[in-house]
Design a protein. Structure first.
Length: 276
C-alpha cells in the first residue's frame, strides 16, 4: 500500500493532477517493461503506430491488453495502483476501465493533442488515470491545472492528425465543444508539467486537459503505461459515433448502455483479498 498525505489529496481535488514520487517499486516497473516488450512483438488488433514526422520516430499505443499479457494482468491486479485510486477518489470500490501504453520514439513529432479522456469513451462517473513512466522523463506531458472543474466537455481529438472527431454537438443533452487550442495562447492557462523519476506516477482526473509539449522532441524513446480506473458510481453511457470503435470492444462482451462497470471485462481491483 502506498500511503497518501493530505497535500496529495488536496492537489488531486483542486488541481485535477497529482505527482506521486516513489509510488512503484522496481519490481513493478520491471514487470511493465517485460509486458511492453512482449506486447510490441505480439500487438493486439487495437495497436496503432503513427509516423507524422517523415520517418524520424513513431507514436505507438495499444489498449485493453491486460488480459492478453500476463505481466500486465499481474500489475493490474496486484500493484498499488488500485489502492492509490481508491484513496484519491474516495471510492468504496475500484474497477479497471482499461489499460493502455504509449511509446513515443526518439525524434517523433507526433504526440498527444490537448484533450481530456472523458469524451473518448462511453463511460460516465468518477474516474481517474494513473500514468506511469518506464524511465526518467522531463516535461513529457503537460496539464491545465483545475480544468477538471470547468464543467465543460470538449470533442474528442484524433491523435493521428490532431483534428476533432466531429463538429461541436449535443449528445444526450450534453454539449461537446470544439477542442481548445491551448498552445495558441498558453498564457491564458495554468499549465503544469513534472520531472519524473522511475517509480513516480501521475494521477489525474478523467476530465483534466492534458497533452504533449508543443516544442520538445524526445531525444530518446519515452514509454508509459496507464490505467483508467473507475469508482463504484461509473456506468456505460453512449457519447457519440466517434467512440464506436472502443464501444465495439466491450459490446462483444455483452455490455450495453446503462450497465454498471463491474464484470470480468471491468474487474473489481479494490478492495481485493490477497493483495497488498
Amino acid at each position: 500500500m502506498f500511503a497518501l498525505n493530505q497535500d496529495d489529496l488536496k492537489k488531486y481535488r483542486v488541481d485535477g493532477i497529482v505527482h506521486l514520487k516513489g509510488a512503484f517499486e522496481e519490481k513493478w516497473l520491471s514487470l511493465l517493461r517485460q509486458g511492453l516488450e512482449k506486447n510490441m512483438r505480439m500487438p493486439s488488433p487495437r495497436f496503432e503506430g503513427r509516423d507524422l514526422g517523415g520517418g524520424k520516430g513513431r507514436y505507438c499505443e495499444d489498449f485493453w491488453i491486460w488480459s492478453l499479457i500476463p505481466e500486465f494482468e499481474t500489475f493490474v491486479r496486484s500493484s498499488p495502483a488500485a489502492n492509490i485510486a481508491a484513496q484519491l477518489m474516495c471510492a468504496k470500490r475500484i474497477n479497471l476501465v482499461m489499460d493502455n501504453w504509449f511509446v513515443r520514439e526518439a525524434g517523433a513529432k507526433c504526440g498527444a493533442p490537448w484533450h481530456h479522456d472523458i469524451s473518448y469513451f462511453d463511460f460516465e462517473g468518477t474516474m481517474g488515470v494513473i500514468w506511469i513512466p518506464l524511465e526518467n522523463q522531463t516535461n513529457s506531458i503537460e496539464f491545465v491545472r483545475g480544468s477538471h472543474l470547468w464543467n465543460r466537455l470538449f470533442m474528442r481529438v484524433w491523435f493521428k492528425d490532431h483534428q476533432p472527431a466531429a463538429p461541436s454537438q449535443l449528445v444526450n443533452g450534453k454539449l461537446y465543444e470544439e477542442p481548445i487550442d491551448v498552445n495558441a495562447d498558453r498564457k491564458k492557462f495554468d499549465i503544469v508539467s513534472f520531472d519524473m523519476a522511475e517509480g513516480d506516477c501521475l494521477f489525474f482526473d478523467i476530465r483534466t486537459l492534458h497533452g504533449s509539449p508543443a516544442t520538445a522532441l524526445p531525444k530518446q524513446s519515452q514509454s508509459r503505461y496507464t490505467l483508467r480506473l473507475a469508482s463504484e458510481d461509473t456506468i456505460i453511457q453512449y457519447r457519440g459515433d466517434w467512440a464506436k470503435a472502443e464501444r465495439r470492444v466491450f459490446e462483444e462482451f455483452g455490455h450495453r448502455d446503462g450497465d454498471e462497470l463491474n464484470s470480468d471485462f471491468f474487474p473489481a481491483l479494490w478492495p481485493a483479498s490477497g493483495t497488498g
